[in-house]
Design a protein around this ligand. Structure first.
Ligand code: TZP
Ligand code: MG
Length: 236
């Protein structure tokens, strides 16, 4: 099941006034699902546990209708309560090995990584995918110290490509400042062949917050981003 997950257009939600505004998150996610997002992470840094669980249950219903996995940011307990497909954990969250022990092999566990060492450790601990970033500075996550750019992401992809089988197999998405104007360039730049591998490791998807959740029309925004992903860039 989880081998078949499509990471290509990965929606990360935001419930803040600055991005979601006064709109209903469940409605915005429904629109994004209709537009073609392929996986959803519920990320809400301020709601209490009760709200997190009730919102996640509603989001899970919507995602199930579209056959799209729902992951929960930070909170293994919320993912368990909801019975959704997995979690996304940062460097300060529960250890990936602990989360794996609690959630079992069938659930998806993603890890935020900003360096080769963090990527190496996340793979050893059993992450299914890596959210690599921060690609570009973004207002969505302020004070991010680890802005690594295209070159930082390339270095991590190359490391994974030349390491063990688990590293080669781990899925990857990049995050931070991705939008419709830079998406194709990013994909192109992260698909350049590795000098050492015969079948170079490329990025499996882009994780996006504001360019979807903050868009005037999240369905059209997702549809446009999806089309950009499936059509070749004009400069290729
Ligand atoms: N982690 C690194 S950057 C980021 C997260 C959650 C936010 C990305 O938001 P946006 O709006 O897609 O730049
Ligand atoms: Mg976290």
């Amino acid at each position: 099941m989880k081998d078949q997950v499509n990471y290509s257009l990965y929606l990360v939600t935001d419930s803040t006034e600055a991005i979601l505004g006064s709109r209903d998150l469940v409605e915005v996610v429904e629109q994004a699902l209709l537009g073609g997002v392929t996986i959803v992470q519920y990320r809400d840094k301020s709601s209490d546990t009760g709200i997190l669980i009730s919102t996640a249950k509603k989001l899970h219903e919507k995602c199930k209708q579209h056959n799209i996995p729902l992951l929960i940011n930070d909170r293994v307990d919320v993912a368990l309560a909801v019975g959704c497909e997995g979690v996304h954990l940062g460097q300060d969250d529960m250890n990936i090995s602990e989360a794996r022990r609690i959630l079992g092999e069938d659930k998806i566990i993603g890890a935020t990584v900003s360096s080769i060492e963090e990527a190496r450790v996340a793979v050893v601990r059993g992450a299914d995918y890596l959210g690599i970033g921060t690609l570009y500075a973004t207002n969505t996550k302020k004070n991010t110290k680890d802005i690594i750019g295209i070159n930082g992401i390339r270095k991590i992809l190359r490391f994974l490509d030349t390491a063990d089988e688990a590293s080669k197999a781990v899925k990857t998405v990049c995050i931070g400042g991705v939008n419709a104007s830079n998406l194709q360039r990013i994909i192109y730049q992260l698909s350049a062949p590795s000098p050492t591998a015969s079948k170079p490791k490329t990025i499996d998807g882009v994780a996006i917050v504001s360019a979807i959740v903050g868009a005037p029309n999240p369905k059209e925004a997702s549809k446009h981003l999806f089309q950009l992903l499936v059509s070749p860039p004009p400069f290729k």
